[in-house]
Design a protein around this ligand. Structure first.
Ligand SMILES: Cc1cc2nc3c(=O)[nH]c(=O)nc-3n(C[C@H](O)[C@H](O)[C@H](O)COP(=O)(O)O)c2cc1C
Length: 172
């Protein structure tokens, strides 16, 4: 299975990156091919809502000439998509939202069968909106929710949370 991971944190050695690193280990040990896209270090604009992609029959045909163009070929072949993001004001980071909303250029990524969510935050009880959005997208796309890992405050980079991320990778 080819698993695409969207990392929406700007910190290469941060809390989200730690979850992603363990997830990747677990998934690779289980025999999967994994690719991580660091969204924050790419120029990805918001969707214009121009419906150019709809008129083109979609398939990732987006009018915008930004770095999302590098990601569309990966999305096209992805069997699974993992959203990994810090919590910013009770939701996914802006970069994460931008990339996800640019999936409109597919409607649904054509090969996608599974998803997972990993979130890092400072405080507990800040995940309601993020998890609701994630579940709504799984339902909308008709894909399996493989699991969710959240880590806040002291839990970040803890042995237990890294083990959870590792197990999530192995669960695909
Ligand atoms: C702009 C901004 C907004 C944030 N908003 C929240 C928030 O609403 N709730 C919370 O618990 N933490 C919030 N945080 C803290 C981050 O979610 C937390 O530090 C997270 O572990 C960062 O992950 P990273 O190391 O991968 O960047 C915010 C941080 C920033 C920079």
């Amino acid at each position: 299975m080819y698993i695409l991971v969207f990392n929406g944190s700007p910190h290469p050695k941060g809390n989200t990156a730690a979850l992603v690193k363990e997830f990747v280990k677990g998934a690779k040990e289980a025999g999967h091919q994994v690719e991580v896209v660091d969204l924050s270090h790419k120029r990805i604009d918001g969707c214009l809502g121009c419906d150019y992609c709809v008129r083109q029959g979609r398939e990732g045909n987006c009018l915008k000439k930004d770095e999302m163009r590098d990601i569309y070929p990966l999305l096209k072949k992805a069997d699974a998509l993992v959203i990994a993001t810090p919590i910013y004001y009770f939701t996914w980071s802006a970069q994460t939202h931008a990339a996800l909303q640019r999936c409109y250029a597919f409607g649904k990524p054509p090969a996608l069968k599974k998803m997972a969510l990993m979130c890092s935050s400072h405080s507990p009880d800040v995940y309601t909106g993020s998890i609701a959005t994630y579940h709504d997208i799984c339902n909308y796309w008709g894909v399996e929710d493989v699991g969710i890992v959240t880590a806040y405050g002291e839990q970040n980079k803890s042995e237990q949370k890294l083990a959870e991320a590792h197990a999530l990778g192995a669960a695909f």
